[in-house]
Design a protein around this ligand. Structure first.
Ligand SMILES: *Cc1c(COP(=O)(O)O)cnc(C)c1O
Length: 461
């Protein structure tokens, strides 16, 4: 037996023992400490690659021990940043996809599997009302989807001479967009921060004015970025008006729905995100709104050929590969050539659980945010400035000073209970704690527990 091909018995034992530990891990999640790094602040000491094999059980134990020294991002009371949870069915999809090791960067190599991935992307295109010319690409996350969109917009609207191109976003736009602009070669002083209105939405009139002013001094406005649910508060920019503005001014309209996009599966979400169908490109993060494991983003585009124009590349070593007519070569739609069969971690959970399960889970999150808002707002010691548009509630201590010191200290006390994990942000002049409810494992009792902890920690000697 070749040591790297250990055969049926050893492979089965390894996989089943790993799965056994994994299932036990998920069963224990409700009781797990919210932040394991509070219990153990070192990062352990792990065996360097040994010359000879180690026992697989010891190695698995090492992995699960290391995983304990972590913020419990998979647990039901993780409400910091943007949670997602991680479906076990998607982990099984990864195991199968990696075991098959099919090449899906070009349709020619595995057309049926590419068609499988494409079936999910075209379903998403329909969910967002994109036309038949539309297409998509799975990425490793929202940052890569935003980068791909910025490059496509730049190529489509500016071509080779893009030094004068300007981008419009707000202070609440995710930082990955500014990062994408930098990677795409757009200078920092070409990125405009459009003011927001009191409800934290992009001020459309101000955006129009800035676009006109830039054009009058010889610059070339090319990209307008609206956020379909900001990371801070879940505020949804006025997408319909932004779409119309972009169309009237000849700009590419990108909607960043990394956090909020999947609420489109719900009736309330569709109302909030109205206008997103006007976008030239939409970023989604299935590792947030579809509860998949980290490493799953999606970019949808109104016109697949715009991605092709930006990313198709040939090389002498690719001369044997002819384009399939019907199916896309994902390698020609984005920066990556070789990739794992990423589509399976979307396709399998959707097939196994059905779309309704996702729709209902997302609808539940909208209800939970209303619950959180109501319960926090009932406490006169807290200031809860915005009703949730999606599933995030931001709050601060009433009569807080400009440094936000008391609110910061409250967050530290709340997280020190190790029963819940929250994070904070700065909105305007104020420091806010935010509660982002998005894991499929988070239900009403977990939200109540979080609120109870917050309220019990407000008063402190
Ligand atoms: C999370 C997020 C991103 C970045 O996505 P990653 O998957 O973390 O790279 C971009 N935009 C918004 C609105 C987000 O919430």
């Amino acid at each position: 037996m070749h040591p790297l091909e250990p055969g049926r018995q050893a492979s089965m034992t390894l996989a089943l023992d790993a799965l056994d530990q994994l299932v036990r891990f998920t069963e224990l999640l409700p009781k797990a400490p919210a932040d394991g790094t509070r219990l153990r602040e070192d990062e352990g000491s792990w065996v360097a690659p040994p010359e000879q094999p180690r026992d697989h059980r010891r190695v698995l134990d090492d992995i699960f021990a290391a995983a304990e020294i972590a913020v419990e991002t998979a647990g039901p009371t993780y409400m910091g940043y943007v949670p997602g949870g991680g479906l076990v069915s998607a982990a099984v999809a990864d195991l199968v996809a990696d075991g098959l090791n099919r090449y899906t960067g070009m349709a020619r190599f595995a057309p049926a599997l590419v068609a499988m991935e494409e079936s999910v992307l075209s379903w998403l295109g329909q969910v967002f009302g994109l036309p038949a010319s539309g297409g998509g690409l799975t990425t490793t996350g929202g940052s890569m989807a935003n980068l791909t969109a910025v490059v496509a917009a730049r190529e489509s609207h500016l071509g080779e001479e893009f030094g004068k191109g300007t981008i419009y976003l707000t202070a609440a736009t995710h930082r990955s967009v500014a990062k994408a602009a930098r990677v795409a070669g757009v200078a920092r002083d070409r990125v405009r921060t459009v003011p927001t209105t009191d409800d934290l939405h992009m001020d459309v009139a101000a955006a129009a004015e800035m676009i006109h002013r830039d054009r009058s001094v010889g610059l070339t406005p090319f990209l307008l970025v609206g956020t379909a649910g900001t990371t801070d508060t879940g505020a949804v920019d006025p997408l319909a008006e932004l779409g119309e503005l972009a169309r009237a001014e000849g700009l590419w309209f990108h909607a960043d729905g990394a956090y909020g996009g999947f609420f489109q599966l719900t009736e309330r979400g569709r109302q909030r995100l109205a206008g997103i169908e006007l976008a030239d490109s939409i970023t989604l993060d299935p590792h947030k709104g579809m509860f998949l494991p980290y490493g799953t983003g999606v970019l949808l585009v109104r016109d697949r050929s715009a991605l092709q124009a930006a990313f198709a590349a040939d090389g002498n070593y690719l001369q044997d590969v002819a384009e399939e007519a019907a199916l896309p070569d994902y390698a020609s739609l984005g920066p990556e050539l070789s990739r794992e069969f990423r589509g399976l971690r979307l396709w399998l959970p959707l097939q196994l659980h059905g779309v309704a399960a996702f729709r209902e889970a997302l609808d539940e999150k909208l209800d939970l945010a209303l619950q959180a808002h109501r319960e926090l707002d009932d406490d006169p010691r807290l200031e809860v400035p915005w009703a949730p548009e999606l599933s995030t509630v931001a709050f601060r201590l009433r009569d807080e000073g400009p440094d936000g010191a008391r609110t910061k200290a409250l967050l530290e006390r709340v997280n020190a209970t190790n029963r819940v994990f929250l994070s904070s942000t700065r909105i305007g002049d104020h420091h806010h704690i935010r509660l982002c409810i998005l894991s499929h494992r988070t239900h009403a009792a977990h939200v109540s527990e979080a609120i109870e902890i917050i309220r019990s920690q407000v008063h402190h000697p």
